[in-house]
Design a protein around this ligand. Sequence first.
Ligand SMILES: [Zn+2]
Ligand SMILES: [Zn+2]
Ligand SMILES: [Zn+2]
Length: 324
Amino acid sequence: MDTEKALEKIMEAKFDDFIPEIDPKERVGFRYPLADELLETSSEETNQILDSLANEGLLIRFPFDKLMACPKCKSFNPRVSTSCPHCGHTNMTRGRVLDHMLCGYVGPESEFISSEGYTCPKCRRALKLIGADYRSPGLMYKCESCSKVSLSPKETFICFECMHRSSLEELSEIPVLGYRLSSAARTSTRSISVPKMKLVDWLKSRGYQVSVPGRVIGKSNVKHRVDILAEKYSKGGFLADRIFIDFYIAERESSTDPVLSLFAKGMDTEISRLLLIVVPKLSKNTSLFAKMYNIEVYEGSTLEEAIVKIFAQAPDASKWLLGR
Ligand SMILES: [Zn+2]
Ligand SMILES: [Zn+2]
Ligand SMILES: [Zn+2]
């Protein structure tokens, strides 16, 4: 799907924001369900479309969330694993810790347990009253390898895809972006769709059947797409007139591509007229090309202006009333 068509659909849907949804099944880790549905594209294609619309300034990216990925393979599968901050061993036992204040020994509760209740494994004295001669600082981790006790273990992330180990700081932060329409998109699309619809209505009022966009299968069996297809049928149901209309919004330099493309579509199909509506105008050479190929060109600084020229030409141009 081209970005222009996508933008049209987005504008028609009058949506607010495209919010990403975390989806570990996706290669990138998230997708845009609303956009997938609207554009009828795979989430990978949706990402490309949203990205290029944003590059064109038609959508605005905004930070929504972030994902932590393996720095080596970029998968979203790093799982936290704890290890001893002293020796790195992963075999740590978590338990309640007791602190014998009289001798200063700190150790897991299990070491204090004896047949007579709590007994300090260091000084062998019995523990009497919590808060008086001993206390419990909470949970601690005891390393089964070096026997050292630590308040918190060291957190390491192990990637379940490639088994790479990294610290929290080493994990890759992948920004998850939301998208919303830019004001440029609103103005640009409005400035396209309103005059376009005017032209469509005008053609309809003249008895044409109009498709936007139009699709015609050519003699070569190639399916051609035109921005507007206007057809008129005779009473007997025969095709009496067919007009192909393409729009060309020339950004910087006008190219011959739209002229050649329209000409090719015309060559391959039974048509009466080829119209190219150009903003702002074709180069001199391209204009010559268009003339050579029998393409009628309507130019204007805006689409509205170009289209009005078609209307203006109509009263004295009986060819608009070809439908016999
Ligand atoms: Zn990995
Ligand atoms: Zn003690
Ligand atoms: Zn250790």
